[in-house]
Write a new protein. Structure first.
Length: 76
C-alpha cells in the first residue's frame, strides 16, 4: 500500500469510527520487546548502526561527529 492509499482509507473511514479503529488495530506496527530495532541512537533516534560499546548508544554517524570531543583519536 502506498502512502496516498493510506490517506484515502483514513478519509473514507473517518465517518465510520468502529471500522477505523479495527483498521488501525490490524495495520499498526507491532510493539517490539527485544531485538535490534528496539535500540535507538541517543542523539538522533536512528535504529541502525548503533555503537553500544562503553555504553555509548550512538549511531555510527553521530559517533564520527562527537568522537574527538569524548576522547577518541583518529590514527589514520
Amino acid at each position: 500500500m502506498t502512502a496516498s492509499s493510506h490517506k484515502k482509507v483514513f478519509k473514507q473511514l473517518k465517518v465510520k469510527p468502529a471500522k477505523l479503529n479495527k483498521f488501525k488495530k490490524h495495520n499498526a506496527p507491532k510493539e517490539r520487546k527485544t531485538g535490534r530495532n528496539l535500540i535507538i541512537c541517543v542523539r538522533c533516534g536512528r535504529r541502525r548502526g548503533i555503537i553500544r560499546k562503553y555504553s555509548l548508544n550512538t549511531c555510527r554517524q553521530c559517533f564520527r561527529e562527537i568522537a574527538l570531543n569524548i576522547g577518541f583519536k583518529k590514527y589514520s
